[in-house]
Design a protein around this ligand. Structure first.
Ligand code: ADP
Ligand code: MG
Length: 485
């Protein structure tokens, strides 16, 4: 009996202990889930009347607990539009729903809230859990906007641009880039960026080094020489950056071929002006004694014995050579005496060709000419122009010991410049030597002076024109002269 009683007492005690534990547990759970949840939790009755809310819900709806329990959830819905009706319908149809709506807060603020609603969740009340996604939407919008801005920059940039992803796959190229790289379709998308550049026949070691640098430091820049087609090489200056946008890397590049050419020409014209100054001083000093020497040598001619006539010939031809060098120098030293006039360039060229024809025939060389009709006059010093043509055509004749054809063409370019081209069928000039053309004393001829082209470049420069030389070994060379009209 007593034992039984004791047992019963223990049981009650046990149950009591257990229930307080349960209560405690559920209290803790309640505390964790309801009170401290980051999501706003709202219990409401059948018609939407708010019954109980947590702290987070107060924060979201910008109201106190007391205020909220006097309101209806529907009061907060910003637009009771078709979407809202659909949400309510679905909730009552399925018993639960997860969606997103805009809500109007008492302070006038509109918030996008994501929510999960469940019917009859506790004690017959319905429950909705809210999460504010306004910031996320704002961020998404900003991201979209900055992406759009980026797109605009990408498409409208003056430089070529390529984007690629973490796997080094090309994602896009802008229009300028496609033009610069002579691309037409979009077949390169998805290809490896490295492979793509490699296909332009660039120096591989250099290319790999740039990509390593990019990987290690996040940035690389430099200059690459690329073959855009079989007969055209261009120099591109690029700067590449890792992870510029949404994990994409970007390379932007421009064609600096022309810039490099101009720099090269500037270097040349620098040397030219220095030589010109020197020439001014020296040529006059040598010319006077030379005139005396030439005169006296001629006087001696008759009195020279037969067996010494060979020496005499050498002396006079060498004197001739010195004389011609001095004459070329003098042209350099007399820029102030030139008189520019309006003149038809074809006329000057016709006179020059006539003048050189005798020498050409002697070397079994023919000169054919093509002149575009009705060319505008140019502003020039005709004698100097003639000198230019003589120098180039003479070189051409000298380069064809077996004879051949020289083709002279004069035309107007689409950007209204006079284009004169003089083509020969000589041995041609190697790439390294083309760079040296126009440098004083550069000659490959035994009896050459290496001054003809220097004078030529100088004159063309004074006429604000330019010279470009095209050549293929064993095929021939073309000298292009461009002059402003
Ligand atoms: P020179 O005729 O006295 O050698 P130039 O200044 O006229 O001096 O020419 C310099 C050099 O340029 C020549 O020696 C030659 O090697 C090269 N050159 C010029 N014109 C041609 C050409 N049409 N074809 C091949 N080489 C040329
Ligand atoms: Mg010459």
């Amino acid at each position: 009996m007593t034992l039984n009683k004791e047992k019963r007492l223990k049981d009650v005690e046990q149950t009591l202990k257990k229930s307080s534990l349960n209560e405690k547990l559920s209290k803790d759970l309640y505390k964790d889930l309801f009170i401290e949840a980051l999501e706003g939790i709202v219990f409401w009755s059948g018609n939407g009347k708010i019954v109980k809310v947590n702290e987070a819900a107060c924060r979201i709806f910008e109201s106190s607990k007391d205020e909220l329990v006097t309101k209806n959830l529907k009061d907060f819905v910003y637009l009771k539009n078709y979407k809202f009706i659909k949400v309510v319908d679905q909730l009552f149809e399925r018993g639960s729903i997860r969606d997103e709506l805009d809500f109007l807060m008492p302070n006038g603020q509109i918030k996008s809230l994501e929510f999960t609603a469940k019917l009859n969740s506790v004690d017959g009340f319905h429950m909705t859990i809210f999460r504010n996604v306004t910031d996320r939407h704002q961020m998404e919008r900003e991201l979209r906007e900055s992406e759009m801005k980026f797109r605009k920059v990408f498409e409208e940039a003056l430089e070529g641009m390529i984007l690629w992803n973490k796997k080094y796959e090309v994602v896009d190229i802008n229009q300028v880039g496609m033009r610069m790289l002579h691309l037409t379709g979009k077949s390169f998308i998805g290809q490896s960026i490295i492979q793509m550049i490699e296909d332009y026949n660039v120096n591989k070691e250099e290319l790999y080094r740039y990509f390593e640098e990019l990987r290690d430091s996040g940035f690389a820049n430099g200059v690459l020489k690329i073959n855009v087609s079989t007969d055209r090489k261009i120099y591109i200056e690029f700067s590449a950056k890792h992870n510029v946008f949404s994990k994409l890397s970007l390379i932007s590049f421009k064609d600096i071929t022309e810039k490099l050419e101009i720099e090269e020409q500037l270097k040349k014209s620098d040397t030219l002006s220095v030589v010109g100054e020197l020439a001014a001083g020296i040529a006059h000093e040598i010319r006077n004694p030379m005139t005396a020497l030439k005169g006296f040598i001629q006087l001696l001619e008759d009195s020279i014995r037969e067996d010494h006539s060979m020496y005499f010939n050498i002396i006079s031809t060498e004197l001739e050579r010195i004389d011609s060098i001095i004459n070329e120098f003098l042209i350099l030293s007399k820029p102030q005496t030139v008189k520019f006039i309006r003149k038809d360039i074809t006329e000057i060229m016709k006179e020059t060709v006539e003048f050189l024809n005798a020498q050409a025939v002697l070397h079994n060389v023919q000169i054919q000419t093509f002149f575009e009709k009705g060319l505008p006059d140019i502003f020039c010093e005709p004698n100097q122009m003639k000198k230019v043509f003589i120098n180039i055509i003479k070189n051409a004749i000298e380069m064809m010991p077996e004879g051949g054809m020289i083709t002279v063409l004069v035309e107007l370019t689409t950007d209204r410049r006079i284009h004169i081209s003089i083509r020969d069928e000589g041995v041609g000039i190697s790439k390294e030597k083309i760079k040296k053309l126009g440098q004083p004393f550069f000659t490959t001829k035994e009896k050459g002076t290496g001054l003809g082209l220097m004078v030529t470049y100088k004159i063309i420069e004074e006429h604000k024109g330019s010279i470009r030389v095209e050549s293929e070994l064993g095929v021939g060379s073309i000298f292009h002269i461009y002059l402003p009209v």
